[in-house]
Write a protein that binds this ligand. Structure first.
Ligand SMILES: [Ca+2]
Ligand SMILES: [Ca+2]
Length: 409
């Protein structure tokens, strides 16, 4: 009997607490489900926060730093930012829906301020954080592994509350962002340095050819010995471009066999982008899969990956991973092929002025014959500064005897 009375007392206590409590309190732990503004939801947070509408702030959904495309099975960073001057406490609720308005993918909270709920169909705030003026929640979303999900739309509501322990003085915002499914492509993200342009002891290169407007707008590998007919062109170089390079995808079982080529732009931090500006280098029409990767330059020796690399290889080349050609371990015959520029930062060696795949005294003759007195984009300029002068000779002299792999010459 005492037991029953006790339970009734607790139930009554709970109900009175709930009835007397403002909604901000009851939902500050986790937002209620279906309050995202998605099609078919009867309400959003305006049903419990007043005035709700009419706030002066903003609510922004950001998917993968604004790149609104996804690949099946990949995980992407996301964030929502709620901004309203004077407000102090923040919440949100979000779903991902396909064009049939079904929940798709899965959510991953990456901070303690958010959590998933409703069987991982929603993500929202956890213990609504307190901060004045604005708040950003960070989390991740994993796309469905099965292809052909199609366009996905994120629907979210955000609450900018005044933290007065009542539902008054709170504003609600709605936002939606659509992303498109893309077909996986054979894209390589690679990291490499050209010795001639390296600032010694650092993993950065200068961009002197670019800043002097000497870089050709069309890819420069259309002559001997490459005879690459690609039509890659650039309208305007971004200031971080160091030079053109030529990438090759080679068979995983026979790295003498070239399957695809692409000319691309090497940036001063050692990363690559396609001439169209997309990060990484995409081999058009090459199926996704595993390939040896070779990189070539006009007057530096070429390098080949130490092993096949599975393409696409993510969205960046992580330091130390097999795509990082600044480490000898990731390049075939790495410590012989590459040159240590200091601080154990390795680069493709400069000096192959006659472009035969070896650095010999034939290159000295080519340098002497290539001396010029006006800035130019020319093979004899192995320091990539637009001049053919003594520093080119000195760099060449330090590399005499270096030879690229036979299959790269
Ligand atoms: Ca040579
Ligand atoms: Ca030079």
């Amino acid at each position: 009997m005492l037991h029953k009375i006790l339970i009734s007392f607790i139930v009554v206590l709970f109900l009175s607490f709930y009835a007397g409590s403002a909604y901000i309190n009851s939902s500050s732990g986790t937002p209620p489900a279906n309050m995202t503004g998605a099609p078919g939801t009867s309400s959003n947070c305006t049903s419990c926060h007043s005035p709700g509408a009419g706030g002066s702030g903003t609510f922004t959904i950001t998917f993968n730093n604004g790149i609104n495309q996804y690949l099946p099975g990949q995980t992407y960073p996301m964030s929502v930012t709620i901004l309203q001057e004077g407000q102090k406490r923040w919440g949100f609720s979000m779903v991902a829906r396909n064009s049939a308005n079904q929940n798709v993918g899965s959510w991953i909270p990456t901070n303690t301020d958010s959590k998933t709920f409703s069987s991982n169909t929603h993500i929202g705030h956890k213990n609504a954080p307190v901060m004045t003026g604005a708040y950003t929640f960070h989390f991740s979303w994993t796309a469905p592994a099965t292809p052909a999900t199609g366009n996905v739309t994120f629907y979210a509501s955000g609450v900018a509350a005044n933290n007065n322990s009542s539902s008054s003085g709170d504003y609600v915002y709605l936002s939606a962002v659509s992303i498109a499914e893309t077909v996986p492509q054979a894209t390589i993200h690679l990291k490499l340095l050209l010795q001639g342009a390296v600032t010694p002891g650092t993993a950065t290169m200068y961009t002197n050819l670019n800043s002097q407007n000497l870089l050709p707008t069309a890819q420069p590998f259309n002559t001997n010995p490459w005879n690459y007919p690609g039509t890659e062109t650039v309208q305007t170089f971004t200031p971080d471009v160091t030079d053109w390079v030529l990438l090759e995808a080679r068979s995983a079982t026979n790295n003498h066999l070239i399957l695809a080529r692409k000319a691309a732009l090497l940036l001063n931090n050692g990363t690559l982008k396609d001439a169209n500006g997309n990060p990484g280098v995409t081999f058009d029409a090459l199926p996704v899969g595993s390939y040896y990767i070779a990189v070539k330059h006009r007057n530096h020796l070429a390098a080949l990956s130490a092993s096949p690399i599975n393409l696409p290889n993510g969205s960046i080349c992580s330091t130390g991973s097999p795509c990082d050609f600044t480490l000898p371990a990731n390049v075939t015959t790495g410590s012989q092929t590459l040159v240590n520029t200091g601080n154990n930062i390795w680069a493709l060696p400069a000096g192959d002025i006659n472009q035969d795949g070896a650095i010999t005294y034939a290159d000295y003759n080519a340098w002497r014959n290539g001396i010029i007195f006006i800035p130019a984009y020319t093979p004899a300029d192995i320091t990539l500064d637009g001049a053919v002068s003594l520093p080119d000779f000195n760099t060449f002299a330090s590399n005499v005897g270096k030879v690229a792999l036979p299959q790269l010459r």
